[in-house]
Design a protein around this ligand. Structure first.
Ligand SMILES: [Cu+2]
Length: 132
């Protein structure tokens, strides 16, 4: 009898966890996934249009390290990147093969970003964030 009650409790807790889902508080499903690829090193698509508050995900599908940042202090050529004033700068850091990075764009405007290891090869992207 006791074991049966315990089992029922476990089943209930499991169901509650399943319903809530892992990480339900912070998970904002990305509206677009940008593929980060090798040979040639590029972001696909290179230009995306989203709305303020949307989340973008970069996924490294290549076999080498890549990154995505709009921080002029980190880009070798600070003219290659830009962000609207008041926007939080983003930097994925080095993305290993298979790794993903997400950023939520709160401020409308045009964001130009680069891959630090490949910016000399023109690996760059643009995100246009429209107001809601
Ligand atoms: Cu790259």
């Amino acid at each position: 009898m006791r074991a049966k009650k315990l089992w029922a409790l476990c089943a209930l807790l499991g169901l509650a966890w399943f319903a809530a889902g892992p990480d339900s508080a912070s998970a904002a499903a990305p509206v677009v996934v940008i593929t980060v690829s090798d040979e040639p090193a590029k972001f696909v698509p290179a230009r995306v249009v989203i709305k303020a508050g949307d989340t973008v995900e970069w996924k490294n599908t290549g076999a080498i390290l890549h990154s995505a940042t709009d921080d002029p202090a980190k880009a070798g050529n600070s003219q290659a990147v830009s962000a609207p004033s008041g926007a939080a700068l983003f930097d994925s850091g080095f993305l290993n093969p298979g790794a993903v990075y997400q950023h939520t764009f709160a401020v409308p405007g045009t964001y130009r970003y680069v891959c630090l290891p490949h910016q000399a090869q023109g690996m760059a992207g643009e995100i246009l964030v429209k107001p809601r």
